[in-house]
Design a protein around this ligand. Structure first.
Ligand code: FUL
Length: 701
């Protein structure tokens, strides 16, 4: 009997053994394109700094022409460790420096040119900014990136084969002498007029052919395989299509790069990428803390308001892009106090927004789990481990995942991540919240990608459900997190029209307090009730106050000279004079145009300010349209006391206006003037029509 029992026990235990040890279900097959290991590391960086610093810092320009003397480069207290400290404290992971901008000046003592720090008075020509930054980055655990402008408005051989050798030699220097470089940045602005060794001429090139990028990139990868290539050519990451740091809500990492290299993709498509792109070319959103990329003292009070910075964070990192935030370095060679203060505020808000993750203790369930296998369990999205994920079976391209709370929970942020190693898949999804037993849809969205963060008004939910409604293949989700970010009260906006009527606006629920003497407003300051007239020069400061939660906004400040009440456009060489008031009405959004096919540029306008003022600059607000048309690229500006004798106060280009159509501020020596003459000499794209939002002056008090 015993003899017979033993084999049956063996058989039974073998059966138990084999069934508990069922063959694991294979992971989903990747959906191409997929990121390389290098690109995955780059995705993980998420947030890093740009530093624009060069001769432009000292000449007060955005683009140098190429003839500026290297002797102008003379920072009085350059300290790259200060940059690194501030960047680190702001939660960023690296710094990309403008080693060479379009004017050709090099921040390192290149062996191939005299146009560098070695011929500047800084450290008696013995300094090397790139080296100092590389060392500071190392000390602070940051990665170093390099911006090397392909366009060089100084080099005599730019446009000819000799320049390519020069460009590649410089790349070799930068990629071999300064340790690891995580990203090399090739800006798209290329070709145009410049100094070019004294030729002072226009040089145009075909960017894609001239540089032979295939070969240049091969050289880069041979020298420095860990460097990610950005920008023009068959790069590994793309521009996001604007200089405002905003990605599309729909944002695919894949791009039809072949089409792009064949000139068939308009840059506005970069905001969204291509669902059918053949290569993984994720977006990087670049933006500056101020309107310009380089430091200009006049922009000290124009550092972007904190809410705008927070929006940028959510609209880049929260929309499947990396954020490259520029911090202009000032003439001392330091991050300016104004920018430092804002970065601290940003870091504090981001930290507070993501302080406590709320799904971690919820009960998770999904409508489908791959092979019913624990390896792909729904719980994987909340276990904070990067290398596992919730996946569905191969044929399942839509599924729901639900998170139930023990008790109703306040939520206003949801963060989702796909396991992009296997490709970007999700096309559409929505989010529902169970509020008092009723399911309510709180978001209807498109792509996820490496990271997507949704912001919505605070809700008290018993449960949250994410319904993925369409995808390129089965679902592979690595993380879903929820937070309850503190309320951010938006600071008020301030506007003053031609007649001095001041209007302050904020969210209807909030109150506004303001001051007119430059002091910081408090709850005891003037309470704004309705628009009021203030014609004199004034600094208006205002705050919003959310009385329900007892929270203040940051302060908004606006500086005004005397109002433009007495201003008049007296003559214009074209355009309808009857509506010309729009360029002096205090509202940059109302525009007026001049020039046409019959009236080719240059075209000019004369403004009478009604009385004599002492001024030291003028401002031109270009028309704000998405396609960036009708922009003035070259100008002349004259003043007069009597409309007979004119003095030319300023002339030149509005650099980079095409990519960054911000208010242009040009300063000059203080002078008395009653009449202004503004000449539009040339336009972007050589159109004959230009449109102006607003013309103003800087008063010298
Ligand atoms: C632009 C350049 O022309 C600007 O000067 C700046 O460097 C910005 C980041 O890219 O296209």
């Amino acid at each position: 009997m015993i003899k017979n029992i033993i084999p049956s026990i063996l058989i039974a235990s073998a059966l138990v053994f084999f069934s508990s040890c069922k063959t694991p279900v294979a992971p989903p097959t990747a959906i191409t394109p997929i990121p390389s290991e290098k690109q995955l590391k780059w995705h993980d960086m998420q947030f890093y700094a740009f530093t624009h610093f060069s001769l432009n810092t000292f000449t007060n320009k955005e683009w140098g022409y190429g003839d500026e003397s290297p002797e102008l480069f003379n920072p009085s207290a350059l300290d790259t460790r200060q940059w690194a400290r501030i960047v680190k404290e702001a939660g960023m992971k690296g710094i990309i420096i403008t080693a060479k901008h379009h004017d050709g000046f090099c921040l390192w003592p290149s062996a191939y040119t005299e146009r560098s720090v070695k011929n500047s008075p800084w450290k008696n020509g013995q300094g090397d900014v790139v080296k100092e930054l590389a060392e500071a980055c190392k000390e602070y655990g940051l990665k170093l990136g390099i911006y090397l402008s392909p366009w060089d408005r100084n080099h005599p051989e730019y446009g000819k084969p000799g320049y390519i050798t020069y460009f590649r030699n410089q790349l070799k220097e930068l990629l071999t002498n300064y340790g690891d470089v995580f990203e090399i940045w090739f800006d798209g602005a290329n070709g145009g007029d410049g100094y070019y060794g004294g030729a002072n001429e226009m040089r145009k090139i075909n960017t894609l052919e001239y540089y032979n990028w295939e070969e240049t990139y091969k050289m880069i990868y041979d020298l420095s395989p860990n460097t990610l290539t950005w920008g023009v050519g068959p790069s590994e990451a793309r521009w996001i299509g604007n200089e405002e740091g905003r990605a599309g809500k729909t944002n695919w990492a894949p791009l039809r790069q072949k089409d792009e290299l064949a000139g068939k993709v308009h840059y506005t498509e970069f905001m969204q990428g291509h669902i059918d792109g053949e290569k993984w070319v994720p977006g990087e959103a670049d933006v500056s803390t101020r309107p310009g990329w380089f430091y200009h003292e006049v922009e000290d009070d124009k550092v972007r308001p904190i809410e705008e910075m927070v929006d940028i964070y959510y609209e880049s990192i929260g929309r499947n892009a990396n954020l490259l935030l520029n911090i202009p370095i000032d003439k001392r060679g330091l991050v300016n106090e104004h920018d430092e203060a804002r970065l601290k505020e940003l870091a504090a808000i981001i930290k507070a927004d993501f302080k406590t993750e709320l799904l971690v203790n919820s009960k998770v369930s999904a409508t489908d789990v791959r092979g019913n296998d624990d390896t792909y369990a729904a719980e994987n999205v909340i276990n904070n481990q990067k290398d596992n994920y919730w996946a569905t079976n191969d044929s399942i391209k839509s599924a729901s995942i639900t998170f139930e709370f023990n008790q109703p929970t306040d939520i206003n942020r949801l963060l989702l991540q796909e396991y992009v190693k296997l490709g970007q898949r999700v096309k559409t999804f929505n989010v529902q919240a169970n509020i008092n037993g009723v399911w309510k849809t709180i978001a209807n969205e498109t792509t996820i990608g490496y990271k997507r963060i949704l912001r919505f008004p605070r809700i008290k939910a018993n449960a949250i459900k994410v319904n993925i409604t369409d995808a390129k293949g089965c679902l592979v989700i690595s993380a879903i997190k929820a937070y309850n970010a503190p309320t951010l009260v938006h600071s008020p906006s301030i506007a003053r029209n031609k007649n001095g009527l001041v209007t302050l606006t904020t969210n209807k629920k909030n109150k506004i307090f303001y001051t007119l003497d430059g002091s910081t407003p408090t709850i005891n300051s003037l309470l704004y009730k309705k628009p009021f007239i203030y014609n004199e020069a004034v600094k208006i400061k205002a705050i919003s106050f959310n009385s329900q939660e007892n929270i203040f906004s940051a302060v908004t400040a606006s500086n005004y000279g005397k109002s433009k009440e007495k201003w008049k456009v007296v003559t214009a060489t074209s355009g309808d004079l009857n509506t010309a008031d729009k360029i002096i009405d205090g509202n940059p959004r109302t525009t007026w145009g001049l020039g046409s096919d019959e009236h080719k540029l240059p075209q000019e306008i004369i403004i009478d300010m009604g009385s004599q003022l002492t001024i030291n600059g003028f401002t031109y607000f270009p028309q704000q349209v998405g396609s960036n048309l009708y922009l003035i690229s070259k100008y002349e500006f004259y003043t007069s006391i009597n409309k007979t004798k004119w003095i030319k106060q300023s002339a030149g280009e509005f650099s980079n206006i095409k990519n960054n159509p911000i208010e242009q501020i040009k300063t000059f020596k203080s002078c008395k003037a009653r009449y202004l003459k503004f000449v539009a000499k040339a336009s972007i794209g050589n159109s004959n029509s230009v449109a102006i939002g607003e013309i103003g002056v800087l008063e010298d008090k």
